[in-house]
Design a protein around this ligand. Structure first.
Ligand code: HPA
Length: 268
């Protein structure tokens, strides 16, 4: 019997993804072009990898791009699966555990997000320092051993955050910091939900990343996450988010994310 991670590893090997990697990098909506940074890429469609996401959200590719960026071997996931696609908060479990089996110790997550701060406008990048998950959904519900009780202090690794801020300075990219509240989606938030979120201390909202962080922390990965702001939260500063806006702003502002990550992987 092969377990899901072994099955994924076997498929990746057949497609030429071999050896170990230093970093995992998950690219969110509209951020697919960041994978152009990868030198000598080996590309594998998720459809060929057991346990990797099969659904499609427009604005997402669905493939692994494995290779080198700067001084690092990076396993890039161009596109992710979301809870709202199938109602499974652990949908990214096999990909994340496969990364660990490939030797990865550090995971960088990116996403498109709404901003709750006027001075963090569409196009801005924000490093996630912490999150709020009051959805009642958690990818570890049903795990029956003590590994489910994952500590979440410094879930967004301070050393990785420091290195990303350093890279942003060198690359002359402004990188803000924020607290991300996860909404399961797929409908956008109501203006009342956004006002509540702001009162609770969130500065960013989005529909991804948080389940991945929880899954990754459970198995000891160090995690960092960067949001690209594509809109103001519903009802704030004229914000009326739509998927079309998310895709178009992300495509534009993706160049900043690219510059930041290129510097990050080069300075290591
Ligand atoms: N809300 C939730 N998810 C999002 C948003 C938003 O405003 N923008 C991009 N993804």
């Amino acid at each position: 019997m092969t377990n899901p991670v072994q099955a994924a590893l076997m498929a990746l090997k057949e497609w030429g993804v071999d050896g170990t990697f230093d970093y995992g990098l998950v690219l969110g909506t509209g951020l697919g072009p960041v994978a152009d940074l990868v030198h000598n890429p080996v590309i594998v469609p998720y459809a060929q990898i057991p346990g990797f996401p099969k659904g499609q959200v427009s604005g997402h590719s669905a493939r692994v791009v494995a290779g080198t960026i700067g001084n690092s071997r990076v396993f890039v996931m161009q596109g992710r699966a979301h809870y709202y696609e199938h109602g499974d908060p652990a949908i990214m479990r096999t990909p994340i555990e496969t990364m660990v089996a490939l030797g990865i110790k550090n995971l960088i997550l990116t996403n498109a997000a709404g901003s709750l701060l006027e001075d963090v406008p569409p196009g801005a990048l924000s490093l996630i320092t912490d999150h709020i998950n009051l959805s009642g959904v958690n990818p570890l519900i049903g795990v029956s051993d003590d590994s489910r009780f994952v500590p979440m202090v410094d879930a967004y690794d301070p050393a990785l955050r420091k290195a990303l801020k350093q890279a942003a300075m060198t690359a002359q990219v402004i990188l803000r910091e924020g607290v991300y509240q996860w909404f399961p989606g797929p409908s956008f938030e109501t203006p009342a939900e956004i006002r509540a979120s702001k009162m609770l201390g969130a500065t960013l909202v989005g529909m991804s990343t948080v389940p991945e962080v929880i899954l990754a922390r459970r198995i000891g990965l160090r995690v960092a996450a960067i949001s690209m702001v594509t809109n103001y939260g519903a009802g704030l500063f004229g914000g009326a988010p739509s998927h079309a806006e998310t895709k178009s702003v992300a495509a534009e502002a993706g160049e900043k994310m690219k510059a930041l990550l290129e510097q990050f992987f080069t300075q290591l």
